[in-house]
Design a protein around this ligand. Structure first.
Ligand code: NAP
Length: 336
């Protein structure tokens, strides 16, 4: 008689990993504070987009929890690009501001690209400035790890999940669905830097399944609910679900979560539920996977905090070390 054991996929818990990272960041912030430096983040929020307001509040709250300083700037919806450029120039010039984040999306009349490029690369904690994009590309396998580049938060969070969960990357075939500037392209570059063999698929890719079925690591970042179905997945693969899709139709909930009473009740109670780009049934085939919610999404703010402390150390920590060094030399001279 052959006994068939159903393997249970390992859940890669983003909430736990984010908590570890935040604890490390708080420790580093304490060390900097001992030297008189409080890492500072400025968040620019234009107009009133409900989702953006929620994200920004959460970022400001996390700064306070980790012993960091934050400042929120809220220009009105009607603000002109030139005015925003002046505001950014002011933040670039202020020593106590280590990180500048421009909450996206901006109103259609604002020149987003010009603004992102106006942020000093040393304070670009979102990692969107062309200098940091270039540094990421040329950093091979060591630059980001060594803290010489500010990398975009969501892709950097994905790499932390893989690393801290012991998922091997070198030599693996990683398939990335999506080629956006904020997720798909940078995560593909990071996986390549970590020595994976990388395939990037997008909306013009013909028959995506032939690539995904060969993926040891599959990163889905396309914003299409439950797009990756079980037959598109290699058994035992690591599935990283970046998609955050809010379902508001009962038909969709029943299609993606048939018989899932907990989801159904949640939907009835809240009027919506979240699903990723990977069909929930595909997770049963995986070796490991990130859930939605509680996976990749949980890491983004933690990585923003990490970048802010890193930016503070890179820009102001060196001065601190020099001062400490100078202090020690003066002491030695006085003793001599
Ligand atoms: P985006 O800018 O809209 O880019 C979507 C990408 O997916 C594009 O490259 C597009 O291809 C590709 N795509 C769309 N439909 C496709 C299809 N049917 N087949 C294959 N490729 C397709 O999205 P994004 O900002 O990268 O975000 C992607 C998802 O991740 C969203 O659900 C978003 O909410 C989520 N997200 C989560 C976090 C987080 O967890 N913190 C952060 C950012 C984004 P083309 O380039 O050919 O158009």
């Amino acid at each position: 008689m052959v006994l068939r054991m159903k393997a249970t996929a390992r859940i890669l818990n983003g909430i736990e990993i984010a908590a570890q990272i935040k604890a490390e960041v708080a420790e580093q912030a304490r060390a900097l504070a001992a030297g008189g430096i409080t890492p500072g983040l400025a968040v620019v929020l234009v107009g009133h987009v409900a989702a953006s307001e929620i994200y920004v509040r959460s970022k400001v709250k996390t700064c306070a929890e980790l012993g960091m300083f934050s400042e929120m700037l809220t220009p009105p919806e009607s603000v002109a690009t030139e005015e925003l450029l002046e505001l950014i120039a002011g933040l670039n010039a202020r020593d106590e501001i280590d990180g500048i984040l421009i909450q996206l999306p901006l109103p259609a009349h604002v020149d987003t690209r010009r603004l992102l490029e106006a942020v000093s690369p040393e304070k670009d904690v979102d990692g969107f400035h062309p200098i940091n994009v270039g540094r990421l590309q040329s950093s091979a396998s060591h630059g980001v790890e060594a803290g010489t580049a500010l990398a975009p938060c969501t892709p950097a969070g994905i790499m932390e999940i893989l690393k801290r969960s012991g998922v091997p990357v070198a030599g693996q075939h990683a398939v990335v669905l999506g080629r956006s500037e904020i997720v798909g392209k940078p995560v593909a570059m990071m996986l390549l830097n970590a020595s994976a063999t990388v395939t990037v698929c997008h909306s013009k890719t013909v028959e995506i399944g032939r690539y995904t079925r060969d993926a040891d690591i599959l990163v889905a970042a396309i914003g299409r609910p439950g797009f990756v179905t079980p037959e598109m997945v290699k058994p035992g693969a690591t599935l990283v679900d970046v998609g955050i899709n809010r379902l508001t139709s009962l038909d969709e909930v029943e299609r993606l979560f048939p018989g899932d009473k907990k989801r159904f009740d949640q939907f009835v109670q809240r009027g919506s539920t979240l699903v990723g780009d990977i069909h929930p049934a595909a997770f049963a085939l995986a070796g490991a996977y990130t859930p939605v919610p509680g996976g990749v999404g949980a890491l983004t703010i933690a990585m923003l905090m990490k970048n802010t402390v890193q930016a503070a150390k890179a820009r102001r920590g060196a001065a601190l070390l020099c001062e400490a060094g100078a202090g020690r030399s003066e002491e030695a001279a006085a003793k001599a």
